[in-house]
Design a protein around this ligand. Structure first.
Ligand code: UDP
Length: 366
């Protein structure tokens, strides 16, 4: 029987919205549902004091793939924002990622040769590091590990660095130039007008139902479409039959401050374990705002409970094994496909989510 829509898309985050947008171009119809009251999943931005506030944490788009950069810019132009976060530790400010500015601030040294000599005296050599701590000590040495990595990482992940995978920290560059750009990618910026504008444009002409819980009405909703694209938590989809997958979550304290600028930078990380938040975000700087007031968000990490929005998949051995069991089930599905950070249980960046959605659109059978 002919169904009302070609696709039911569960989740109005980047993955689902890119998929719906591309399918509309191919003449297909979609219904996008989301349990939240707003679009965009965790990239959602909301206007406060004339500033686009990243309500679920800082989102800086970066990619090396020109086609992905051109794709997002064709939806909404991006600006030239370059992420250069600072780290605050016990009364001192340090530049990130680890670069010549950081080494000068830490040790008073001035040249790349001096920095390499200093780091060589600090590292704990390890040709085959098995966890984040072993890797960090072998790559940057004791001082950087203690001041800029250990406290921040253990706070963010709620686990010892010894119990975390190396992949998490490999996201950060280590440089011997005076370059505070957090990313090595060729393209970087944020959408002018905020991510919500990007999402709204992706969904232009597509039917959306917010405040709609897929699990409250699963069969009826799936019956509306020939195929379902599910972007939520994979363990929940299968009723946690192999156990829960662990996620790290974050909560935010958003504050309006009656000042032109609070900290002079979009991001300041607090790397001391004794400070309860991991970072303070000052949103106006993402778009070089000149508003009279400013909005800041303190980010507090926590283990993801049932009522929290999951942010980061925990990629340790137990969870990887568990995910593999769920993944096997997904491969047997005929009328449902899975994608995005939660369904693929991957610490995806935005450009990777978009690439994954675009490649899904090319599969003929769905
Ligand atoms: N990290 C750190 N110190 C910092 C910033 C990051 O040790 O000041 C580590 C930490 O383990 C974190 C990882 O680097 O989980 C990746 O950081 P990134 O900024 O990419 O994380 P995201 O922006 O996705 O939260």
């Amino acid at each position: 029987m002919k169904k009302k829509y070609d696709y039911l898309i569960v989740g109005a985050g980047l993955y689902g919205c890119v998929f719906a947008h591309e399918m509309k171009k191919q003449g297909k119809t979609s219904l996008v549902i989301d349990k939240r009251e707003h679009l965009g999943g965790n990239v959602y931005t909301e206007k406060m004091e004339g500033i686009n506030v990243h309500m679920y944490g800082p989102h800086i788009f970066h990619t090396n793939d020109k086609s992905i950069w051109d794709y997002v810019n064709s939806i909404v132009p991006f600006n030239r924002f370059t992420n250069s976060p600072l780290a605050f530790y016990q009364g001192k400010m340090f530049n990130l990622p680890f670069n010549m500015n950081t080494y000068t601030q830490l040790w008073g040294i001035l040249t790349p040769e001096e920095a390499k000599v200093k780091i060589a005296t600090q590292i704990v050599p390890n040709a085959n590091p098995k966890n984040l701590e072993e890797y960090a000590l072998s790559a940057v040495g004791r001082d950087i590990y203690e001041v800029l990595i250990k406290g921040y990482t253990e706070k963010q992940w709620g686990r010892k660095c010894k119990d975390l995978p190396v992949s998490i920290i490999k996201r950060l560059p280590v440089r011997f130039t005076y370059d505070n750009n957090y990313y090595n990618d060729a393209y970087q910026g944020v959408p002018i007008g905020g991510y919500t504008l990007l999402i709204e444009r992706l969904l232009d002409g597509i039917e959306v139902k917010l405040n709609t819980d897929f699990f409250a009405d699963k069969e009826q909703l799936q019956n509306l479409a020939n195929h379902t694209i599910y972007t939520g938590k994979i363990d929940q989809f299968y009723d946690y039959k192999f156990g829960k997958l662990a996620y790290r979550s974050v909560t935010f304290e958003h504050l309006i401050v009656q000042k032109k600028s609070y900290q002079g930078n979009a991001l300041v990380n607090y790397t001391d374990i004794n400070v309860p938040y991991t970072r303070i975000i000052e949103h106006k700087h993402f778009e070089f705002g000149n508003q009279p007031n400013t909005v800041i968000s303190k980010e507090f990490p926590k283990e993801s409970a049932a009522t929290d929005e999951p942010h980061y998949p925990i990629g340790d051995a137990i969870n990887k094994t568990r995910f593999a069991q769920y993944k096997k089930l997904t491969q047997e599905e005929k009328t449902i496909s899975f994608g995005g950070r939660l369904a693929e249980y991957k610490y995806y960046d935005m450009h990777q989510v978009i690439a994954s959605a675009l490649s899904k659109c090319k599969i003929k059978e769905i």
